[in-house]
Ligand binder design. Sequence first.
Ligand SMILES: NC(=O)c1ccc[n+]([C@@H]2O[C@H](COP(=O)([O-])OP(=O)(O)OC[C@H]3O[C@@H](n4cnc5c(N)ncnc54)[C@H](OP(=O)(O)O)[C@@H]3O)[C@@H](O)[C@H]2O)c1
Length: 253
Amino acid sequence: MIDISMIPVTVQKGLTMKYALITGCDHGLGLALASELLSRGYYTVACRLNPGEQQIDALCHSFPEQSEIHTLDISRDDSVTQLKEDTGHLPCLDLLINCAGILGVMENSPEEPLDFDRMLSVINVNAVGTLRVTSALLPLVEKSQDKTILNISSEAGSIQDCWRKGWFGYCMSKSANNMQGTLIHNWLRSKGGQVIQMHPGHVATFMRGHLDLTATVTPAASAKGILKTVLDQSIPVRDIPLYLDYTGKELRY
Ligand SMILES: NC(=O)c1ccc[n+]([C@@H]2O[C@H](COP(=O)([O-])OP(=O)(O)OC[C@H]3O[C@@H](n4cnc5c(N)ncnc54)[C@H](OP(=O)(O)O)[C@@H]3O)[C@@H](O)[C@H]2O)c1
């Protein structure tokens, strides 16, 4: 007797397989997004920074026909070029999720000592790294029907609603992430696609170096909300990318 719950939903419904790639799947939100996409029947390309982080192996092991794992450091050109080569066999990418990110120093004010080198490395990952991946994989995105790029940004990238007096590297990097997403959106929308900038909520992950107990949402709940918002309803394509939170609420740039 076949257990139908083991068959991907797309296959059950006779639909064509959809392809997604996610960065930053070592743990946290990226891992939860991979889990959610796999159970939705997506062929999921999971990228992780550190091969020693093996939760993603355990997850993908349950979906052997529907997943592959790559090591990826989005701060490095050579690593992203390697990913491009290693994913050349994919027919397309319907959904590219740029999730990898780092926090850097959480200064409370400009009077504290500022670590400019650290700031540059945060910008290199969160803003330039996101663009590095998008630029390398755009030909695959362009081959798909959906042509959707989802950048995990943050409310911290909003200039109009900025309330902090520090976190320079993180806030500047997420504003720059929003800008690179807008430039890509301007190009992609003429081809029938779109970019979405997403704030995942205050998520209980280890981004601060320890489990953030002040967080208000679990990675699983955030991932479910994000994919419900992006995949389960028809969302309009605007002149600038939608900037949403994981519940679908719109944020101001
Ligand atoms: N948690 C929140 O409240 C919150 C709020 C707003 C936005 N976000 C955003 O959500 C995204 C996911 O963060 P998270 O909360 O899930 O934190 P996380 O658990 O620390 O996840 C970040 C992921 O990115 C990976 N990563 C770091 N540097 C990388 C690099 N150079 N190349 C490739 N991967 C790299 C990390 O790998 P390692 O950990 O193995 O180094 C980890 O897998 C980030 O973009 C973050 O800015 C989070």
